[in-house]
Design a binder for this molecule. Structure first.
Ligand SMILES: Nc1ncnc2c1ncn2[C@@H]1O[C@H](COP(=O)(O)OP(=O)(O)OP(=O)(O)O)[C@@H](O)[C@H]1O
Ligand SMILES: [Mg+2]
Length: 375
């Protein structure tokens, strides 16, 4: 069991900065996912925790000991990579027991431990096979078993499922979730797959260009994104993000854009001028309604199987509207769409950071300092 703390860790490669002052506190037993687009620094951060890469600055602590400069094999961590890197000439049992043999554990103890771990992962029948005679999913489980056999303080995983086909990936994902529930070991898990992150994580750290953009539960990131980056990264189809203004009108604040006039749940207070914002509304939060605050023309109807995605052209932007299928809406049709004001996310037009009012209807001005704790 282990708590992992990453304190102001940075990594530069020559002139480029791959990881920038990352702060993360991962609780004992927590499943933390590092999520972000390709090249954002996920693997570099994980490799620094593993000891495979030296931080340029900052500290890494495992429980209360500083492991920043400790050799990888002396850290109480087990790493599982995207490529399973099994020894082809060794049986499954020998592959799993390898870390223990390297530590000169007695033979009987190794056999006992290998059998235990193999049982947990459903590999009991496969112990005498060679890796060449296993499926991709089975190989990945052997790699996992090899990591588990030492009973490490924490697991570090870098896209361990990305080589598996869709069906196997979803099955192995479920296995990993169960495994974490059973073992209650700390996981630090890298992926660029938002479905993996949303389904597996206790908390997600979303990285953007080497920085932590937001840390929180999957629901927190999805429901209250701190920035347009987070808003646009999570969700498929993605959140509608469009330029708009927050304009005082008749004592209320309105969200105004071409084809959009949504009365916000805020009394106009100190605001007298329209404020330029980026507005965000998730496609599944919009629904056709002749009296709706958004009007546009249906440009395309996309069949998603159980649902349809309507592309609604408002004159300036195209908004996605996700509706049950069939919605009975035709291309070219003029459509009104309802948006609940509570579902409108507002971001500073210049910085992309979330805007908040101190209190609905208090008349207090917009809080531009979106980086402070979200209320
Ligand atoms: N050894 C290295 N030398 C120089 N640059 C590196 C090295 N390792 C990584 N980088 C750079 O650091 C940045 C972050 O890379 P990293 O592999 O951590 O990204 P990632 O988030 O894991 O991406 P992916 O999802 O594609 O695996 C990239 O710009 C990459 O080119
Ligand atoms: Mg990577």
């Amino acid at each position: 069991m282990a708590r992992l703390r990453i304190e102001k860790v940075s990594k530069t490669f020559g002139a480029s900065m791959a990881v920038r002052e990352v702060e993360l506190d991962i609780a004992d037993g927590e499943f933390m996912v590092l999520l972000g687009p390709s090249g954002c620094g996920k693997s570099t951060l994980l490799r620094m925790v593993a000891g495979l890469e030296e931080p340029s600055s900052g500290r890494i602590l495992l429980d209360d000991s500083d492991i920043t400069h400790l050799a990888p094999q002396r850290r109480d961590l087990a790493m599982v990579f995207q490529s399973y890197a099994l020894y082809p000439h060794l049986t499954v049992a020998k592959n799993i027991g390898f870390p223990l043999r390297a530590r000169r554990t007695p033979r009987a103890a190794i056999a006992r431990r290998v059998a235990e771990v193999a049982a947990v992962l459903g590999l009991g029948e496969l112990l005498e096979r060679k890796p060449a005679n296993l499926s991709g999913g089975q190989r990945q489980r052997v790699a996992l078993a090899r990591a588990m056999v030492r009973d490490p303080g924490a697991f570090l995983m870098d896209e361990p499922l990305s080589n598996l086909d869709a069906k196997l990936r979803s099955a192995t994902r479920a296995e990993l979730i169960t495994l974490h529930r059973t073992l209650r070991t700390t996981f630090l898990y890298v992926t660029h797959d938002q479905v993996e992150a949303m389904t597996m994580a206790d908390r997600i750290a979303l990285l953007n260009d080497g920085r932590v953009e937001q840390v929180g539960t999957p629901a927190e990131l999805y429901d209250r994104p701190n920035s347009t980056f987070v808003a646009g990264f999570l969700g498929a189809p993605p959140m509608n993000l469009f330029p708009a203004t927050v304009t005082p009108r008749d004592g209320r604040l309105h969200l105004i854009a071409t084809g959009v006039d949504i009365v916000l749940p805020y009394a106009a207070g100190a605001e007298t001028e329209p404020l330029a914002v980026t507005a965000g509304i998730r496609p599944e939060r919009l629904r056709p309604d002749p009296a709706g605050a958004i009007t546009g023309r249906v440009e395309m109807v996309e069949n998603l199987g159980s649902e349809e995605l309507l592309h609604l052209g408002t004159g300036e932007h195209t908004l996605g509207v996700r509706v049950p299928r069939p919605a009975g809406v035709a291309t070219g049709e003029l459509l009104g769409v309802h948006a609940d004001p509570a579902d409108v996310h507002l971001f500073d037009a210049a910085t992309g950071l979330r805007l908040r009012w101190r209190e609905p209807d208090s008349g207090a001005p917009i809080d531009r300092d979106a980086r402070v704790a979200v209320a």
